[in-house]
Write a protein that binds this ligand. Structure first.
Ligand code: BGP
Length: 474
């Protein structure tokens, strides 16, 4: 593996920082989401209401523990650390004329702390954290004005941190909206569906405005510092056909298109033909101007990042669905794979497949910016946490990425496991769905003193980094 490989970890502001109303921070969409659980979706309340449990309000209180947490990363020898800048710390409502200095200062201090340990910050601008005012008063990214708000936020961050941060991502998992349920459209585009029927058309429109905002940010950022890498971030689950029946093969190909077309626009700067045909077929009137097309072309990304947790499997139903259009309901279980307690199918080899899929199409430098195993951890009597299941998961995935680099020649800059320190789960709001090398003493009900302790995997990953991936502890 290359000597400067970014071995590191990733997280997101709203899942760790807490301090939801400290330092001038405004309310974000994460602040109005209640706790859920396996099969129990989080509720979205109309603003912050008394008597509700909002797990992101305190999260793991990284805002006040960041020095202690960064020291853990330093001890493991991290080369990189991915987090996001909470939009609402900088622009509490999204539409202010001036940024909030106290919020900017927090990230200055955080980036300085990381550099003390030679840890390179990789920064996401928007990670499920849109200002609530942008959602409520503007209809999120269904409103063209959101483009200017995002570009302003991005520009302020680029200018302020240009000497501290070189690696950027615009929108986290922008493509999750392909599953057009309330939750995803809200997290990505800041839109409350509230019974509106044309969810898919709304999703295409808001995605378009986000893509234009992203392209404008890329252009701005590269003017500010031509050495920046500014990338897209795709939530990637390879979709395999359920069988070798040609119908299933075609269905899988179409599903891959519909789940991952955002990558094409980000990297190539134009819409794929099949999607324009789909707009026609459905009579979707998407506001895409000539100026937008120019911006998309000029603002293509210069690195490509993605998350990978699992692979999926899909079955065709040509009678019900003659155009082979994507819908989550056609997923089936993959009998060759085991799954986590949350039903996420475990497929280490899929990482290699993913890296090849991206590299064949886009030939950009890549970084895996999320990969990890959510599990229940148990504290033994002597206080240790023996998380061999997490080590096994990570080992299989790292082995596959090493093969993709060494045997297939993909250009991979780094690997960020999710998330080095336990966090609040994005989909369920749980604390007990744990990912970390470091345990945080807090449970789903919000009880615990937030103290930290190292798990077995902490020492394992430290060794992986020390040996540049040679010793995977087998
Ligand atoms: C990705 C998100 C992250 C993260 C991760 C794990 O979709 O980018 O924010 O949370 O998935 O998911 P979860 O927290 O739901 O277990």
């Amino acid at each position: 593996m290359r000597k400067d490989f970014f071995w590191g970890g990733a997280t997101a502001a709203h899942q760790i920082e807490g301090a939801w109303d400290v330092g001038g921070k405004g309310i974000s969409i994460a602040d109005v989401m209640t706790v859920g659980g396996p099969g129990k979706p989080r509720r979205i309340t109309d603003g912050v209401l008394p008597g509700e449990n909002y797990p992101n309000h305190e999260a793991t209180d990284f805002y006040h523990h960041y020095k202690e947490d960064v020291a853990f990363l330093g001890e493991m020898g991290f080369k990189s650390f991915r987090t996001s800048i909470a939009w609402t710390r900088i622009f509490p409502r999204g539409d202010e004329a001036e940024p909030n200095e106290e919020g900017l200062k927090f990230y200055d201090d955080l980036f300085d702390e990381l550099h003390k340990y030679n840890i390179e910050p990789l920064v996401t601008l928007s990670h499920f954290e849109l200002p609530w005012a942008l959602v409520k008063e503007y209809d999120g990214f269904l409103n063209r004005k959101a483009i200017d708000m995002f570009v302003k936020f991005a520009t302020v961050c680029f200018e302020r941190y240009k000497d501290k941060v070189k690696y950027w991502m615009t929108f986290n998992e922008i493509n999750n909206q392909a599953d057009p349920i309330q939750h995803h459209i809200l997290q990505e585009g800041g839109i409350l569906l509230n019974g509106r029927e044309n969810a898919e058309e709304i999703m295409y429109q808001s995605s378009h405005y986000e893509l234009v905002a992203s392209a404008l940010a890329v252009k701005k950022g590269l003017e500010i510092n031509p050495d920046f890498k500014i990338g897209c971030m795709i939530g990637f689950n390879p979709i395999y056909p359920a069988s070798c029946a040609p119908e299933d093969i075609l269905m899988a190909q179409k599903a891959m298109n519909e789940k991952y077309w955002w990558t094409f626009v980000h990297c190539r700067g134009y819409y794929p033909a099949w999607l324009l045909k789909k707009f026609e077929r459905h009579g979707y009137k998407i506001d895409i101007t000539e100026e937008d097309k120019k911006i998309l072309k000029e603002g293509t990304v210069n690195w490509l990042t993605f998350s990978y947790y699992q692979s999926l499997c899909i079955k065709a139903d040509p009678e019900e669905n003659p155009h082979y259009e994507y819908n989550e309901k056609y997923y089936v279980r993959n009998e060759h794979l085991k799954a986590s307690d949350w039903g996420w199918q475990i497929d280490g080899l899929g990482v290699r497949w993913a890296l090849n899929w991206f590299y064949d199409r886009f030939e950009l430098p890549m970084c895996i910016v999320e990969n990890g195993f959510g599990a229940y951890d148990k504290i033994e009597e002597d206080g240790s946490i023996i998380d061999d299941y997490r080590i096994d998961y990570l080992r299989e995935h790292i082995k596959a990425l090493i093969a993709a680099v060494e045997e297939d020649g993909v250009d991979l800059m780094g690997y960020q496991m999710w998330s080095p320190i336990d966090i609040v789960s994005a989909s369920t709001g749980e604390m007990d769905k744990r990912y970390g090398f470091v345990y945080v003493n807090k449970n789903n009900a919000g009880e615990g003193d937030l103290s930290r302790r190292r798990k077995k995997s902490f020492y394992w990953y430290k060794r992986v980094i020390e040996t540049n991936g040679e010793d995977l502890g087998e």
